[in-house]
Design a protein around this ligand. Sequence first.
Ligand code: ATP
Length: 302
Amino acid sequence: GKRLPQYLERGVDVKFTDVAGLGKIRLELEEIVKFFTHGEMYRRRGVKIPGVLAGGTWEGLWEIRLIVVIVSFMPQTVLVCAASGILLCGPPGVGKTLLAKAVAGEAGVNFFSISASQFVEIYVGVGASRVRSLYQEAKENAPSVVFIDELDAVGRERGLIKGSGGQERDATLNQLLVSLDGFEGRGNVITIASTNRPDILDPALVRPGRFDRKIYIPKPGLIGRMEILQVHARKKPMAEDVDYLAVAGMTDGMVGAELANIIEVAAINMMRDGRMEITTDDLLQAAQIEERGMLDRKERSP
Ligand code: ATP
């Protein structure tokens, strides 16, 4: 029988409305989704994307002509079409993974993910073979999004690696480059990678046609933090008069992961007191706890 895909994440049901505080960054990702969903429309009609006019059916040709017209009014979309990879850059916990899942969720395509630290093995060739399987699975189950977390773990500039392990990493990186290049019907598999060190990536990775689209996701500002709190509050019994802005004001420097945690801790607080609703006070207390945790983490890391 058919092998079960190893890197497929099932039941990814994230939508753009689950990702808050990103402003126009979300719009950029929405374009990618548009491309995906349009691509699917062609595929169903037996038309490959892009540049395969010759192979299309008459019906397909009609659609392509339409698309040429649409695309010429949307220069951004052309850019997306030309890219096989999107790089999401930013500090940990700002929602890079969440955003990649939302792209797959909105487009209704399969989501394959791997952490690049899993690529880096002691034995030469193991990482490379994982990259190959990953892309083979993604292709067999296309359309799909491939998400590579911590790309810098494997994509570090080759000269920067000292000592043993360098050879294995080179082999893995080379395979990744080959996989990124190797798509005929590119539109069917899009790679999204995340990193908090775009500056140390191997130049070969960010060349046109590879990860040539870089999107920076900064830590959220005051309003962004408020919106993130509100998104996570949707699934909780919140008091009607909760002052989200006040809580946002007390969480300067925090990222989405920490803000999501504040809601969880506040909910526990409510339960412990045997109350039915989460109050502003619960949130402020939770924010204080989270802040202490944040400072601890800062002290421990150099
Ligand atoms: P890392 O680099 O550490 O993997 P990341 O940037 O990929 O971090 P996520 O894993 O996407 O961050 O975020 C962790 C969790 O924090 C998410 O599952 C979500 O619950 C919450 N979160 C983070 N950012 C946001 C956001 N912008 N809106 C809503 N929730 C968020």
